[in-house]
Design a protein around this ligand. Sequence first.
Ligand code: UD1
Length: 340
Amino acid sequence: MNKTILVTGGTGYIGSHTVVALQEKGYKVIIADNLANSEKEVIYNIEKISHVLPQFEPIDLANEQACEALFNKYSINAVIHFAAYKYVNESVNNPLRYYKNNLISLLNVLNEMKKHNICNIVFSSSCTVYGTPDTLPVTETSPVKKSMSPYGNTKQVAEEILEDNCKADRHLKVISLRYFNPIGAHPSIKIGETAKGIPQNLLPYLTQTVIGKREFLSVFGNDYNTPDGTCIRDYIHVMDLAYAHVCAIERMLHMGSDINYEVFNVGTGKGYSVLEIIQTFEKVTGMKVNFQFKGRREGDIAQIWADTSLANKVLKWEALYALEDMLLSAWKWEKELAKS
Ligand code: UD1
């Protein structure tokens, strides 16, 4: 029988691509999402790609009763927990909203998993846990630094909550995936990143500028200690990131592991500067990016990229898409959005 995966936050950017990747592998998917930063239409777009409409529950997992009802309704083999707020700036201005939403939803999910004997969970963590790294690339044993934002701290605290629960319960299996910078869209261009309001992240702001929704892209800082002075990040195609979740699920469900709490970096292992992103975007799309240098953004680090050898070896996963594919698909998606 097909295994059933609960994908919380499954109508969101990374969640929706992961749902498609799971369906490709024959998993049955239930999405729980309160649509705080996504639209219900995403489930129909997923269906257009996979020809399977995922089960959808429009619930807020921070609501204990709603979470309980969800777990009572379905028989679930594993959970992928994406549902969380993700804006660094917003979290600085409203930390309570972030701690409440991101941590209470995780606690409610874990509590229900325990009640229903569900032992497998993949957690959406972030490279933000490394803060300003001492050495590059970062490995999973690089030190976790004091977080620069409440958002980042919710990821650190969540990892600690999961690790503590793994120590207390040997049956529980947790894989925390530390994402680097996901960009791009599904090759079908039927799903992609849809930021509500003004985008905070580089790619959606860049593509909105090129399509004419924004006047110019601000490049935050050109005086960093990097070759061209702009910040360096490890950008990964969202489908590569989605497949990492499938590999994590397969490891938990089919292979087993003696260690019940594992952490993996999910990036490409290559770093690109903001200027390199702009130049490559212009090259692959033939479009001009109107940008201006501005001051540094608070909380930004100069550079980070991943050592992905652990995920390559243990999860038997590797990133396949090149930067050009990521940027071209992001642009095609922006043009698709402009049609609606
Ligand atoms: C941030 C968080 C990360 C989180 C991600 C998703 C940190 C250190 N990183 O990643 O944990 O998962 O957001 O919300 O907390 N940039 C511009 N102009 C813009 C936007 C961005 O120049 O308009 C630059 C930034 O300075 C940065 C790079 O582009 O150097 C990438 O920024 P962004 O896409 O926001 O991702 P991060 O800050 O790396």
